[in-house]
Design a protein around this ligand. Structure first.
Ligand code: XMP
Length: 494
């Protein structure tokens, strides 16, 4: 490993190619090749893709798309200090998007009026209410169909399908068994009960179908999509974490520019003291010392990358940072499989995604690569662009992509609109804002990325992502070609 460390010092993605090996993959099909990886100790992904916690990249829409495609989205903390609720809402939207078992279905009492039932269905957007008594024992089911022609007159009890005519299940139930029960009994809703007859949950046929259509999606034990959320290391961060955890976020990421710091040490200690062993990822670091520092403090995952990001000017402004391939190799050696690493930043082409996973990342966090897609937050604006050939001006749709430490992002977070211009200039920005062409959905892009990863696995001579990583780490000399300037041009300039 010492040789590899020497070889990659000062280098990043575009400095290397990998030597093709004897391939063993019959078909480069994502359904046939195991791409499982770990984002953190307790959180496995079927696809090693993470969308960055940036306010122009990941809010609920992106987090849903990425989780449905097998990865994970981390909701940014780019909301103003003290404004915790908007971030929590984004987490809730993701958690409510898909269900296996609905753990907290909407309910109504048998004596409520049908007008009340109608209002409740309208307010919650659901077409089924479980009817429960005051002790939460299931009395029946009321659906929109039961309300037809009733004109609001009468009570819920008069129209519901009563308990004795319902098919129910007592205790836990696997989705496959639920599907079988629903098919046999020709039902679309299956209430789950506890032994004492109280409501435990609800399974719907629609949810089960969605689950089958998206077999790689990242789900929790109840079949809901998984999502992460970022917090800082000072200010309202513990309060924010408490609210996010209440909304059942799956992992918290303490994300600060310099993760190997006293601020981070204090934050992790306070976090663990208050929240125990919930999944906690921390970063960013880019050195072996940084990894050991976080590992000793008991984190479940480490984010690696100081300054490679597309919207980032840290290296320009401070001259600190580590070229990302060097950082990944160094951090991998220090982590030695004891904690999953997230390769964060600098991945601008699909081949670099493969390199990030090969040199050290268990998963890869993407910002700029996803920028401008339909699922990113923010307005699309039409900008005039002059065509070089004809000198004609056309209007092209653009979206904003910006570093989280850019002046614009800091200003939005800090509520400093009224501050003197000079004060704002002195905020010490380490990021920039750029316009990127607006594109279609992120989903084809993610699938393309995964297909290219499968092809890379084939070239590597392995049969799975884990095998590719292991083979590389055993014999990096068989793979790594350090490029000359002309080799680099031949490889990457098109
Ligand atoms: P890519 O290259 O995928 O990188 O766009 C995404 C990562 O960049 C980091 N990031 C920043 N780094 N100043 C920085 O030094 C910034 O303003 C900034 N904004 C984002 C972050 O780690 C993200 O995941």
């Amino acid at each position: 490993m010492a040789d590899l460390l020497d070889l990659v010092r000062g280098c990043t993605f575009d400095d290397f190619l990998f030597t093709p090996q004897h391939g063993v993959v019959e078909r480069r099909e994502p359904t046939l090749i195991d791409l499982t990886s770990r984002f953190s100790f307790g959180l496995a992904l079927k696809r090693p893709i993470v969308s960055a916690n940036m306010d122009t990249v990941t809010r609920s829409e992106m987090a849903i798309a990425v989780a449905e495609e097998g990865g994970l989205g981390i909701i940014d903390r780019g909301f103003r200090s003290g404004e915790i609720e908007p971030q929590v809402r984004e987490v809730q939207i993701v958690k409510r998007k898909q269900h296996g078992i609905i753990g907290d279905p909407y309910t109504i009492g048998p004596d409520a009026s049908l007008t009340e039932a109608e209002a409740r269905m309208r307010a919650t957007g659901v077409g089924t209410l479980v009817v429960v008594d005051e002790r939460r024992r299931v009395q029946g089911l009321l659906t929109t169909r039961d309300l037809r022609f009733a004109n609001g007159a009468g009570t819920v009890a008069s129209r519901m399908t009563p308990r004795e005519r319902l098919t129910v299940h007592t205790g836990e139930l696997e989705p496959a068994r639920a599907e079988e029960l629903m098919r046999t009994h020709k039902i679309k809703k299956l209430p789950l009960l506890n032994a004492d007859g109280t409501l435990r949950g609800l399974i719907t046929a629609k949810d089960l179908i969605v689950q089958r259509q998206l077999p790689s999606a990242t789900r929790d034990s109840q079949g809901r999509l998984r999502v992460g959320a970022a917090i800082g290391a000072t200010g309202d961060y513990l309060e924010r974490a408490a609210e996010l955890l209440r909304a059942e976020v799956d992992v918290i990421v303490i994300d600060i520019a310099h993760g190997h710091s006293v601020v981070m040490a204090r934050a992790i200690e306070a976090f663990r003291k208050r929240f125990g062993d919930v999944q906690l990822v921390a970063g960013n670091v880019a050195t072996a010392d940084g990894v050991r520092f976080l590992l000793e403090r008991g984190v479940d995952g480490i984010k690696v990358g100081i300054g490679p990001g597309g919207g980032c000017t840290t290296r320009l402004n401070t001259n600190y940072g580590v070229p990302q391939v060097q950082a990944l190799v160094e951090c991998r050696a220090a982590a030695d499989g004891r904690v999953p690493l997230i390769a964060d930043g600098g991945v601008r082409r699909h081949g670099a995604f493969v390199q990030a996973l090969t040199f050290g990342g268990d998963t890869v966090m993407l910002g700029g690569m996803l920028a401008g897609t339909a699922e990113t937050p923010g307005e699309t604006v039409q900008k005039p662009v002059v065509l070089p050939d004809s000198n004609r001006t056309v209007h092209v749709p653009f979206k904003v992509f910006r570093g989280m430490a850019s002046l614009q992002a800091i200003v939005d977070r800090l509520d400093v609109e009224d501050a003197e211009a000079a004060d704002v200039e002195a905020l010490g920005a380490e990021g920039m804002e750029v316009s990127v062409p607006a594109r279609g959905s992120v989903r084809p892009l993610l699938r393309d990325l995964i297909k290219h990863l499968c092809s890379a696995i084939s070239y590597s001579g392995a049969g799975s992502l884990a095998a590719m990583q292991e083979m590389f780490r055993k014999h990096p000399d068989r793979y790594v070609i350090k490029l000359s300037e002309s080799g680099r041009r031949e490889s990457f300039e098109r």
